[in-house]
Design a protein around this ligand. Structure first.
Ligand SMILES: Nc1ncnc2c1ncn2[C@@H]1O[C@H](COP(=O)(O)OP(=O)(O)OP(=O)(O)O)[C@@H](O)[C@H]1O
Length: 257
C-alpha cells in the first residue's frame, strides 16, 4: 500500500483541521485531490511527508508505520513539488544541474554524479520537454519551465510517491496545458511512481488520475473513481451550489448553473 490512513484527525487550538480521514492509495493508482482554500490539503500533505504528526488515527506510508522508522529515509522515497519551492532555491545553477541534484534530494549539487546519472537527467528532461532549456540558468526560466525542471528533479530520485501540489499556479493557459500534458505522460510512463495531484480546479485533474478525493472543511466529502466523483450531481453537493460538468478533451470543466 502506498498510503493507508485510518480515522486520521489533526487538531489545533481545539479545532479539527482534518477529521475522519480514511484513505488508501494502492500501487499503480494516481490520485487527484480537489479542495477549496482552507480545506486541509496542505495539512494532509504535511502528514504524508511526516512534517506533521496526526493528533489521532493511524498512518502508514509506503508500508511504514508512523513513529517506527526514520522519517528522513522515508522522505527520500517521496517527491514533493510545489510552486512555493520554486523561488527558495538555486541562484546560479543551470536547469540540468538542478535536475541532477535531485539524486541526493539536497538543495545544491554537492555530491559526485556519474555518467549514468547524467544520462538519467537528460532522459527525464526529454520526457518533460526541457531539452532546449537544459543549459540555461534556472533563475531566468519561466514559471512553467521551472515547474518542469522541479518535476524532473523530483523524479531523479525515482520516488515511489510524487506529490504535485498546485503545480499550475501562476501559469498562463498555454503553459498550463503543456505542463498538464507532460504530467499525464509521466503518469503513463513511470509505472513505479504514484502521482498525487493537489488542486482546487477540476479541469487540472487529467485522465491519468483515475481516482479523486474531494476534501471539504477537513473531511472527505467523497472519493473513488474520478468519473464517478467529478459528476455534476456530486460536485453540486460538494460546492453547495448547482454546477454542471462538461468534458472537453478528456478534461472536466465546471460551470455554475
Ligand atoms: N498550525 C495550525 N494552527 C491553526 N490552524 C491551522 C494550522 N494549520 C492550518 N490551519 C488552518 O487549517 C485550515 C486548513 O489549512 P490548509 O493549509 O491545510 O488548507 P489548504 O486546503 O491547503 O488551503 P489552501 O488551498 O488555501 O492552501 C485553514 O483554515 C488553516 O487556517
Amino acid at each position: 500500500m502506498i498510503i493507508d490512513m485510518k480515522e486520521v484527525a489533526f487538531i489545533r487550538e481545539d479545532e479539527y483541521i482534518l477529521q475522519g480521514i480514511n484513505w488508501r492509495v494502492k500501487p499503480g493508482e494516481h490520485w487527484g485531490i480537489l479542495g477549496l482554500n482552507g480545506s486541509g490539503k496542505t495539512t494532509l500533505l504535511n502528514i504524508i511527508n511526516g512534517y506533521l504528526l496526526p493528533s489521532r488515527g493511524e498512518v502508514r506510508i509506503l508500508d511504514k508505520e508512523f513513529g517506527k522508522f526514520d522519517l528522513r529515509q522515508l522522505r527520500k522515497s517521496i517527491g514533493w513539488v510545489s510552486s512555493s519551492l520554486q523561488e527558495r532555491l538555486y541562484v546560479r545553477e543551470t536547469a540540468k544541474e538542478i535536475v541532477l541534484s535531485g539524486k541526493f534530494a539536497t538543495i545544491g549539487l554537492y555530491d559526485e554524479v556519474d555518467e549514468a546519472d547524467i544520462q538519467k537527467a537528460v532522459m527525464l528532461m526529454e520526457q518533460l520537454d526541457c531539452m532546449e532549456i537544459m543549459h540555461k540558468p534556472y533563475k531566468i526560466l519561466s514559471q512553467g519551465e521551472k515547474q518542469k525542471v522541479l518535476i524532473a528533479r523530483a523524479l531523479m530520485a525515482s520516488p515511489k510517491l510524487l506529490i504535485l501540489d498546485e503545480p499550475c499556479t501562476g501559469l498562463d493557459m498555454f503553459a498550463r496545458q503543456q505542463l498538464l500534458s507532460v504530467i499525464e505522460k509521466i503518469g503513463l510512463e513511470n509505472s513505479s511512481t504514484t502521482l498525487i495531484y493537489v488542486t482546487h480546479r477540476t479541469e487540472e485533474i487529467s485522465p491519468v488520475f483515475s481516482k479523486t478525493m474531494l476534501l471539504k472543511k477537513g473531511k472527505i466529502h467523497s472519493l473513488g473513481n474520478t468519473e464517478e466523483v467529478l459528476t455534476s450531481r456530486n460536485l453540486s453537493d460538494f460546492y453547495k451550489t448547482p454546477v454542471t460538468v462538461s468534458a472537453k478533451n478528456q478534461y472536466r470543466w465546471v460551470q455554475i448553473v
